[in-house]
Design a protein around this ligand. Structure first.
Ligand code: H2B
Length: 98
């Protein structure tokens, strides 16, 4: 996939965008947020819904799941940074029931 597909965001652009994204933070060059559910099935159901949406836009989360929590870290490895696609995926995630 050509790298020009992505718009890599600068530090100041990111600060401006992320301050309006509830619960998201910048850490170690990634956009991060954690979600907590009542049990494992709820957490895994959330991941399943996101996985299908991520596949549709061909942009995939780095994440981990322990019982009822899902910790998400977004970045674009092809662009070695955070891009408009990470923001797009973060919005999809926030709009998925949690
Ligand atoms: N997801 C993320 N988060 N970053 C990428 O750079 C990326 C991806 N690249 N999903 C895509 C797939 C690329 O490897 C394929 C070939 O399109």
């Amino acid at each position: 996939m050509p790298q020009t597909r992505y718009k890599k965001l600068s530090g100041s652009e990111l600060d401006e965008i992320v301050k309006n994204m509830s619960g998201w933070e910048l850490k170690d060059g990634k956009l991060i947020k954690s979600f907590k559910f009542s049990n494992f099935v709820e957490a895994f159901g959330f991941m399943t819904k996101i996985a299908l949406e991520a596949e549709k836009i061909n942009h995939h989360p780095e994440w981990s799941n322990v019982y009822n929590t899902v910790a998400i870290k977004l970045s674009t490895h092809d662009a070695d940074g955070i891009t408009d696609y990470d923001i797009k995926l973060a919005k999809i995630i926030d709009n998925t029931n949690h």
